[in-house]
Design a protein around this ligand. Structure first.
Ligand SMILES: [Zn+2]
Length: 455
């Protein structure tokens, strides 16, 4: 019944998604009443108006986030989507904000991530409302406006004391169901030197959550140390030397990879620091290299730091030394760590800080997103599995990932859809698209899921 109803609304769904995609909603300068800029605000107003025209009550929370709500009951279930998009970038065949349809696909920034699924969720609820299907819980479709650049929208929702759903999902990742996401810690530390050191500059890496593929240091060395450097360089294929006047430039080449899978890469900073350590520096600079060598070098899992853990669901603790940057007075490093889904921040953070202290490393910042894990036996997960299996005929495996999805932003959510198994990843890419058949399929799955979760 729901499926047919949704199929009847197909043209309307396509039209609404197109309208939204045609509003360029990339984060921009804040303006009065537009905390994330004018484009995002317009896309937000479009969605609120659409919700009202479909007959839903809407709430705008300080232009930071809003929702459409339907039904009655003490408890509420939610679908969390977002209307902001990443910049279009280069290389498009079709206009990135044209929402043109070619061969059954709508092309444009935000079609799959996440305007298509978010507006789709609204129509899923509309189908339930039109058919007057009885629900025991209220349903909210929440419109996030800042997923791509920090989720300040959901933080505002939570800080304002808005109602947290008893359960819900975000169609902002992939099917079947992601019930586990590792906890993520990103931090920056600084070592300051109080004496003359041979370092002129050091740099490497682009971001804490990326395995650096290149790092280099410029040093001023005695002839004796230069000789040693040349000898050691012959034993390490990652290292390349170049003399420039009195200075020696030491370059380390690695392989880039995402910070959640460092085993797929080769950390250039780690190799650079290992090489430097082999040159046996003394004094404060030597202390620093000893510290790094003892506690983090070439270690992808925090074993040397004594913070290693693992679990059956999500595997090993992940450690990535992502960036280094410094001069003859200080060295800054940024680290990205991911702990298993069933573990806690408190399990390791004090040990980590203690070790950094030991290395005279001064904390600049620590950011933490806690792990997410919903037990497979919970009623909520069982309901989503049942819906997914019935609608797709595919087995509803549960997935644990090392990255983080929008589900982390709010309690009691998991990521569910919109990308089907085996489909190419097109979000954040040129020629982002959603297949119209998949869009409709998503609306049908979401409608069934909302119905199950609300009863
Ligand atoms: Zn997204």
């Amino acid at each position: 019944m729901l499926d047919e109803k949704i199929f009847e609304m197909k043209d309307q769904i396509i039209k609404s998604v197109q309208e939204s995609v045609r509003i360029k909603s990339v984060e921009d300068e804040p303006r009065e009443g537009m905390p994330f800029g004018e484009g995002i605000h317009k896309a937000f107003l479009h969605c609120l108006q659409l919700s009202q025209s479909l007959g839903f009550k809407t709430v705008n929370i300080d232009n930071m986030i809003g929702y459409a709500e339907y039904g009655e009951g003490d408890e509420m279930v939610a679908v969390l989507g977002h209307l902001d998009v990443v910049p279009e970038g280069e290389g498009w065949t079709y206009p990135p904000y044209g929402a043109e349809i070619h061969e059954g696909k709508i092309y444009g920034r935000g079609t799959i991530d996440d305007k298509g699924p978010t507006i789709g969720a609204l129509y899923a609820l509309k189908a339930i409302a039109d058919l007057k299907l009885p629900l025991k819980r209220r349903v909210r479709i929440i419109f996030g406006l800042n997923e791509e650049t920090g989720s300040k929208c959901v933080k505002h929702y939570v800080d304002k004391g808005e109602e947290i759903p008893v359960w819900g999902f975000t169609p902002d990742a992939e099917y079947p169901i992601i019930n586990g996401e590792k906890g993520i810690v990103t931090c920056k530390y600084k070592r300051t030197f109080n004496e003359e050191i041979p370092l002129i500059s050091i740099k490497g890496g682009t971001a804490p959550n990326v395995v650096p593929d290149y790092a280099e240091v410029v040093v001023s060395l005695s002839n004796e140390k230069k000789k040693l450097a040349k000898k050691v360089a012959e034993t390490m294929e990652e290292i390349e030397l170049r003399e420039e006047g009195d200075n020696l430039i030491i370059m380390a080449h690695g392989v880039s990879a995402h910070g959640s899978t460092p085993e797929k890469g080769k950390n250039a900073i780690s190799y650079l620091l290992l090489f430097m350590h082999k040159l046996n520096f003394s004094g404060e600079f030597g202390d620093f290299l000893n510290f790094v060598n003892s506690y983090m070098e070439l270690d992808l899992h925090g074993r040397k730091l004594g913070i290693y853990s693992e679990d059956e669901v999500s595997g090993k603790f992940i450690f990535n030394l992502g960036t280094v940057q410094g001069n003859n007075q200080e060295i800054n490093i940024e680290i990205n760590m991911r702990y298993p889904v069933t573990k806690k921040y408190e399990d390791f953070i004090d040990i980590f800080k203690e070790k950094m202290n030991l290395g005279k490393m001064e904390e600049i910042y620590i950011r933490h997103k806690k792990s997410l894990y919903v037990h497979p036996e919970t009623e909520f997960i069982k309901k989503l599995q049942k819906v997914y299996q019935e609608k797709t005929g595919d087995k509803a495996d549960l997935i644990s990932i090392g990255g983080g999805t929008y589900a982390k932003a709010m309690e009691n959510l998991v990521a569910f859809g919109p990308v089907f198994r085996g489909q190419p990843k097109v979000e954040h890419m040129p020629d982002e698209y959603i297949k119209i058949d998949d869009l409709i399929k998503n609306v049908q799955i979401m409608a069934a899921a909302i119905y199950e979760l609300a009863n």
